[in-house]
Design a binder for this molecule. Structure first.
Ligand code: MN3
Length: 205
């Protein structure tokens, strides 16, 4: 049984950057629905005993759209939102440090340059989708964007996302309306780089 990540903060804790009504709907309704539908799809496909990462990695080799699409969309939605909500915090570590910082500087030049890159990817994602920072087993960092609930795992890249920015309108429209750029700037006010580093270390070891 796949379960939504438990939040260690209240729905109103990310104010004013992410508003209470958005959190209630986004976590309480959208993410809950992805989770329920993913459980049903994984059960139906006989994959319920595998990890979500294992299941998403199988997406490129799934031939039957009746199996593939529910897994890709709901499994991706389940995974991406656990990532998103799991890296937010009302008391975030505001800057990366240690090995992750070294990698960011070596790859992107600076933390600000990485933020600009992620914001540009997120702002440039036409319609619904995500911007991701991912890593591979060698610890290299990759910035990318994906449409819908796709991600680097379901796209078959072999890379594992460690930070995801949701740019579906449901993530920001109640507060920011059409101002996606304003939401993106404020996202980084509640992004916990300590949690991103934990995600990085889980993959790289
Ligand atoms: Mn969302």
């Amino acid at each position: 049984m796949f379960e939504q990540i438990k939040l260690d903060y209240a729905f109103d804790a990310l104010e004013p950057y992410i508003d209470t009504a958005t959190m209630e709907t986004h976590y309480g309704k959208h993410h809950a629905t992805y989770t329920a539908n993913f459980n049903a799809a994984a059960e139906k496909a006989g994959l319920a005993d595998k990890s979500v990462e294992e299941i998403l990695a199988m997406v490129p080799s799934m031939d039957d759209p009746a199996v593939k699409n529910p897994i890709k969309n709901n499994g991706g939605g389940y995974y991406n939102h656990n990532l998103y909500f799991g890296t937010l915090s009302p008391n975030p570590v505001k800057e990366p440090s240690g090995v992750l910082l070294d990698k960011i500087v070596a790859t992107f030049g600076s933390v600000d340059a990485l933020k600009e890159k992620l914001i540009a990817l997120a702002a440039g994602q036409f319609g619904s989708g995500w911007a991701f920072l991912s890593t591979n087993k060698s610890g290299e960092l990759i910035a990318s964007s994906s449409p819908n609930q796709d991600n680097p795992i379901s796209e078959g890249t072999g890379n594992i996302p460690i930070l995801g920015i949701d740019v579906w309108e449901h993530a920001y429209y109640l507060k920011y309306k059409n101002l996606r750029a304003e939401y993106l700037k404020n996202f980084f006010e509640v992004l916990d780089w300590g949690k991103v580093a934990e995600n990085y270390n889980k993959v790289v070891g």
